[in-house]
Design a protein around this ligand. Structure first.
Ligand SMILES: [Zn+2]
Length: 433
């Protein structure tokens, strides 16, 4: 039976599919109107934001344009965690909400509440890139994911009997994952880049060509150039990366032109800031979100901890959704030297490339314990030899300099974080932007 909620989801989806082709100015006007609605709602119905606005001397009348949002102070992760009940809008019963949780890989585990309508809108926005990249309603679709996602509430489209993904547990043995995929023969595979990469590497190693997806999406982790290359060359197709977070939902995605990531500005406002000021086109900035449909639990000027590069360039596809040029991963995926230089994790992929290709190492991680101390556990590859650790150490010192104490040590395996993600670069030091 088709429920009211499913009809609403389909209407949202149709609207989202239309919006992408509007002119940029037209979508910006939709964004502005949604933003106004959200600000009035948050001021009137959400104790946390009512207080925050009052303290900053701001009323909804002061926030007419997206630029005006800057009059409102940032909301931090810590605030989101500590004020959960004050962030729930009046009249909303939290127990009726969908509440995805973050992994806490950044040290602050969070939950976000989505009301029924919010959730319907979020699902439509999440589905838009898949359809835009050629996925069809009845395609066999495999999603490589961690068990806690599998146990989440079933996807709404499963109940509609189309767009129904089959979940593959990435904690299962790799051979078992491959067996399931061979049996299923998905046209579409979706998953964490690290899970896709491990799968691709195994297929390549064994020379098997038994899984032949036509579309691959990656999501939820930073996709390094190495991983992209490994996955694309194994399956012989270009893949599409998608961007978002548990707190805000899907927010940006690659279209078939691969010219950057289209931002879902009919779902969120994305600001890119450095020292509290917007960066110019082409510059790296910390992403601050304002949710436009997150009514049960508004998130206004929320600093999620991700970093990206906005651009004024237009995509040849003709979609009016503006582009973000690059996703550089979380701000705790950067390494900072004592003299203030900041390196994204790609730097370390570049350094390790030769060792990885020669199969001297199988995997590595870079952990900044303190500004002046970095440890690099490496999993031995099949061609591992004496002296590799020292060579790697020298290469890293060659880039970062002598002020940092680098310790490279071989290990048997690198633990995944509790959500199943494999993070390459982890900083426990506070980055000074
Ligand atoms: Zn495009």
């Amino acid at each position: 039976m088709i429920s009211v909620s499913n009809v609403r989801k389909l209407l949202y989806l149709r609207q989202a599919m239309r919006n992408q082709w509007l002119k940029k100015k037209e979508i910006e006007e939709i964004q502005r109107r949604m933003m106004r609605g959200m600000i009035v709602h948050a001021y009137d119905n959400v104790p946390f934001y009512h207080r925050k606005f009052r303290e900053a001397g701001v009323t909804p009348d002061d926030i007419r344009t997206v630029e005006d949002l800057r009059k409102i102070p940032i909301t931090t992760k810590k605030e989101l965690k500590e004020n959960f009940s004050d962030l729930i809008a009046r009249g909303v019963d939290p127990s009726s909400c969908w509440m995805p949780r973050t992994s806490g890989s950044t040290g602050i585990p969070l939950k976000a509440a989505y009301g029924r309508r919010d959730e319907d809108y979020q699902k439509a926005i999440a589905l838009r890139p898949n359809l835009a990249c050629g996925q069809h309603l009845r395609d066999p679709w495999a999603v490589l994911t961690a068990p806690h996602h599998i146990l989440d509430k079933k996807h709404w489209f499963q109940k509609l009997r189309f767009l129904s993904p089959t979940f593959i547990n990435i904690f299962a043995d790799l051979q078992e994952q491959i067996r399931l995929l061979e049996e299923m023969q998905p046209r579409v595979i979706d998953g964490y880049p690290s899970a896709l990469y491990l799968l691709a590497r195994e297929m390549k190693r064994t020379g098997r060509k038994t899984i032949n997806p036509e579309i691959i999406f990656s999501t939820a982790e930073h996709l390094s150039p190495e991983m992209r290359e490994g996955i694309e060359s194994t399956f012989g197709i270009r893949m599409y990366d998608q961007f978002g977070c548990v707190e805000m939902g899907r927010t940006a995605w690659e279209c078939p032109e691969h010219a950057g990531y289209h931002m879902d500005i009919d779902a969120v406002v994305m600001e890119f800031l450095r020292d509290g000021e917007p960066v110019a086109s082409g510059e790296r900035g910390e992403i601050v979100y304002t949710g436009l449909y997150h009514y049960a639990m508004p998130r206004i000027r929320y600093a999620v901890g991700d970093v990206g590069v906005p651009t004024d360039e237009e995509c040849p596809c003709g979609r009016g959704l503006p582009l973000m040029k690059e996703v550089e991963g979380r701000s705790d995926s950067f390494i900072q030297t004592p003299d203030g230089r900041i390196y994204p994790q790609m730097t370390f992929w570049a350094i390790m490339r030769t060792f990885a290709h020669a199969e001297e190492i199988a995997q590595f991680r870079v952990i900044q314990e303190r500004t002046d101390a970095i440890t690099v556990p490496v999993v031995r590859g099949k061609n591992y030899r004496e002296g590799i650790d020292e060579e790697i150490r020298r290469h890293i010192i060659g880039v970062l300099g002598e002020d940092v104490k680098i310790t490279v040590s071989p290990v048997d395996e690198l633990p995944r974080d509790p959500t199943g993600k494999v993070r390459t670069v982890i900083s426990n030091a506070q980055i000074q932007w």
